[in-house]
Design a protein around this ligand. Structure first.
Ligand code: ADP
Ligand code: ZN
Length: 757
């Protein structure tokens, strides 16, 4: 039965105005950046809706390609429109709001829309992981009498006829004490239907009796939560910046905010930056709430898919997770909390290179709900926004809970130290003696060195040749645990050669510089009786590894935790009274305009791990840059003084957050190709910006700081714009004019980059 709209050839009798068809707009799962229209054939009418994946014919030979349906509408008949082949999913995977968010992501971060939408849904969900199917049976016609049946057939028929809904076949047979063959017979007689349906999945993690802490909120926490509660009740877009010193009880404020949202019948998302932090935060939150769903990279496929469905069905009230948890399919979101909003790990390092905090703010705006950004050291972007954006509100928690003192920080100038104590010592005398006092009191310590491995270089003392990666323009790092040199970028591992590779040189390569393994070794030498463990991305691969080591530290099974920046943030251990920063300068060494900000944040954050219980906290910070602003302010615990000083410098230099930055990286196996492509792009971009009157500062194409990565030569250019609007205009112009078309093997567009390597 073909309707008027589906007739393939227009008839002369039909008035042209009535020639319509149901048309779906789709985004293909391809690199193409266009939206295509397809006709919805009559047999699929009603089954195609926005957010659903569909298969469509594409290209000259109509190859089937997967795509996301964006919208469905009745529009004018066009004979050139090809029909959709089939739907892929039974139900949409994205809500209209999520599609809108996806469109913004694709535009703002200059990524193809189809792939952007695809990234918002866990692969496990798309594959249908963790979905069980059950066979159910139902009685077809209640009017039919069952008296003619006998024995088991009659027993089963009676059960099914009286049931109000289909029942699992297995249950029905058990109740009738029969085999499934009996059911088959009834099916053949046309009395019952047997179908396979999706079994209801286990929902959110249940915890019907959430625990409550014994303490009362202090006055600052009370004021903070009153303001956030009001924002949640108002159900309007706002950004509540919770600026609280380390140990001021921010987590407790988040918990109360989430609770308020749940009381109002809404859901809450809480974002945490890294998996190491997730374990402790997830544990804590899970104890306090019923119906929690966690979404992080450590989960199995089935767990992930189950969590997603529990969220989508509304069964989960609280979502806790890392980056991609911002795309959780909450039907009724009330608040989003971004803990440690300044963390670089919130920025995705593959396309679309989104910043989770900024996506959260955008989503809050789309949904009309408040966002809470929490930190002891807000990013300068957020700090500036609190001063000049209407929707931003600053909330302060100026003191630690229970009147606890801020830790006492001692600065050790390593230039001085080396003059008085020759030899290689990673720990200064002051660090050693304070560590000893701590351990003698049977308290715990954290030692931080933001560098993995044992030695940062392997070099030949004779010809000064430093061993470098064959594929990347970086030094190889020696790891004692594996007795190999490793490239931290492409991960290649090599033995240390017996002799130098330089022609005519017979020097024997030696290891040089510092890494966390070396700290571990020195500690074992100086404090042989002390139990220590190391945590970094070398020995921690699964989330279980973190849970195990942090759990053991919490139970005080060992005394000293050694680690990279992973140990710096978020952790809350009451028996830690000493923190040692082996070198505060590792971040300063990078040639990046955010080096000072990173250094300040790292030192202040790690110091904040100390003195969170009854024992007063002590911190020793070792540095070769004692006089610099980030170190001085971090030691004094002065966030605002640092932020205001650094902002002034950024303003004078015309750098973010006063401007917006975009970075393009062009990479190719052939160096000439990479250079030519980068130069062409830069030249064309500059010309287009002039033509379209977009204000922009475009730096000439140059070799990237890491000139070679995984065998590819890299060139880059940065573009600076006065406003976000100018940045978005230029992204659009560059896309529309085909400037970003593949002219080299790889072109990376990084909007608001956080690393310039
Ligand atoms: P932050 O995230 O601000 O560094 P946390 O939220 O981790 O601080 O809180 C530090 C510790 O203080 C936690 O163990 C928490 O349970 C406890 N705490 C929070 N609020 C209070 C309070 N009002 N009184 C006593 N202890 C509190
Ligand atoms: Zn490499």
């Amino acid at each position: 039965m073909a309707s008027r709209a589906d007739r393939a050839t227009p008839s002369l009798l039909d008035p042209p105005t009535l020639r319509t068809a149901i048309v779906a707009e789709v985004a293909l799962l391809r690199r193409v950046d266009r939206i295509y229209s397809y006709r919805v054939p009559p047999d699929l009418a009603g089954r195609i809706s926005p957010g659903l994946r569909v298969r469509v014919p594409f290209g000259r030979n109509d190859k089937p390609v997967d795509a996301y349906c964006l919208s469905v509408s009745e529009s004018e008949w066009k004979s050139t429109l090809k029909p959709i082949l089939e739907p892929i999913d039974a139900a949409p995977l994205l809500s209209e709001k999520m599609i809108e968010l996806g469109r913004w992501l694709a535009t703002y971060y200059a990524a193809p829309l189809g792939r952007t939408l695809d990234l918002m849904i866990p692969a496990a969900v798309k594959r249908g992981a963790g979905v069980r199917h059950v066979r159910v049976a139902r009685w077809i016609d209640p009017a039919i009498e069952i008296d003619a049946l006998k024995g088991k057939q009659k027993a089963l028929a009676a059960i099914l006829r009286d049931a109000t809904a289909p029942i699992p076949l297995e249950d029905a047979c058990r109740a009738a004490d029969c085999t499934s063959a009996v059911a088959k017979t009834l099916e053949k007689k046309g009395l019952i239907a047997i179908e396979s349906i999706e079994a209801p999945s286990a929902g959110a993690t249940r915890n019907p009796n959430p625990s409550e802490p014994a303490f009362e909120l202090n006055a600052s926490q009370r004021a903070a939560i009153d303001q956030i509660d009001a924002a949640i009740e108002a159900a309007e877009f706002s950004v509540q910046v919770l600026f609280g010193v380390t140990g001021s009880g921010k987590t407790e404020v988040y918990i109360r905010a989430i609770r308020r949202a749940i009381e109002l019948g809404r859901q809450a998302i809480m974002l945490v930056p890294e998996i190491a932090l997730t374990t402790q935060t997830v544990d804590r939150l899970a104890k306090r709430f019923d119906r929690v769903a966690t979404m992080h990279s450590g989960a199995t496929d089935a767990e992930r898919a189950r969590a997603w469905r529990a969220i989508a069905s509304g069964d989960a009230h609280v979502v806790i997770g890392t980056r991609s948890a911002i795309f959780a399919p909450c039907p009724n979101l009330g608040v989003i909390i971004v803990d440690e909003e300044q963390e670089p790990s919130y920025k995705s390092q593959s396309a679309p290179r989104y910043h989770t905090r900024d996506v959260a703010v955008k989503l809050g705006h789309l949904l009309g709900i408040p966002i809470v950004l929490g930190s002891a050291t807000p990013s300068l972007e957020t700090w500036l926004n609190t001063h000049r954006r209407r929707h931003y509100r600053l909330i302060r928690l100026p003191e630690r809970v229970r009147g606890l003192a801020m830790p006492k920080v001692h600065l050790v100038d390593m230039n001085e130290e080396h003059r008085f104590r020759p030899g290689v010592h990673m720990m200064s005398r002051e660090m050693e003696s304070r560590l000893k006092e701590t351990l003698d009191r049977r308290e715990q310590a954290v030692l931080l060195l933001n560098r993995r491995g044992y030695a940062s270089y392997v070099h030949c003392p004779k010809c000064r040749n430093v061993l470098r990666c064959r594929h990347c323009d970086v030094n190889l790092v020696y790891h004692a645990s594996s007795d190999r040199m490793q490239c931290h970028y492409c991960r290649e591992r090599l033995r240390v050669p017996a002799s130098c590779s330089t022609i005519g040189c017979d020097g024997k390569p030696v290891k040089f510089g510092l890494g966390t393994e070396r700290v571990e070794e020195e500690l074992a030498r100086k404090f042989p009786e002390v139990k220590a463990r190391r945590i970094d991305s070398d020995n921690m691969t699964k989330s279980d590894d973190y849970t195990e080591i942090l759990g053991a530290f919490e139970r005080r099974e060992f005394d000293v935790l050694i680690g990279t920046q992973m140990v710096a943030k978020g952790l809350d251990f009451p028996f830690v009274s000493f923190v040692g920063v082996i070198s505060a300068d590792t971040a300063l060494a990078f040639d990046d305009f955010r080096a000072e900000e990173r250094t300040f944040q790292l030192v202040l954050q790690v110091a904040g791990r100390s003195g969170r219980g009854d024992a007063p906290g002590q911190v020793v910070v070792q540095t070769f840059a004692a006089e610099t602003a980030p170190i001085q302010h971090a030691v004094a615990g002065q966030y605002e003084a640092f932020a205001n000083g650094e902002l002034k410098l950024r303003m004078d230099a015309g750098l973010p957050p006063y401007t917006r930055m975009m970075r393009l990286v062009v990479a190719d196996k052939k160096i000439a190709q990479a250079r030519r492509a980068a130069e062409t792009i830069t030249r064309e971009a500059a010309a287009l910006f002039t033509k379209h009157r977009v204000q922009a500062k475009v730096t000439p194409a140059q070799e990237a700081p890491i000139q070679r990565l995984r065998g590819m030569h890299r060139f880059d250019t940065t573009m600076i714009f006065p406003t976000a609007a100018a940045l978005m205009d230029s992204v659009r112009i560059l896309k529309d004019e085909g400037v970003l078309r593949p002219r080299a093997e790889r072109i990376v567009v990084d909007v608001d980059p956080i690393s310039l390597q």
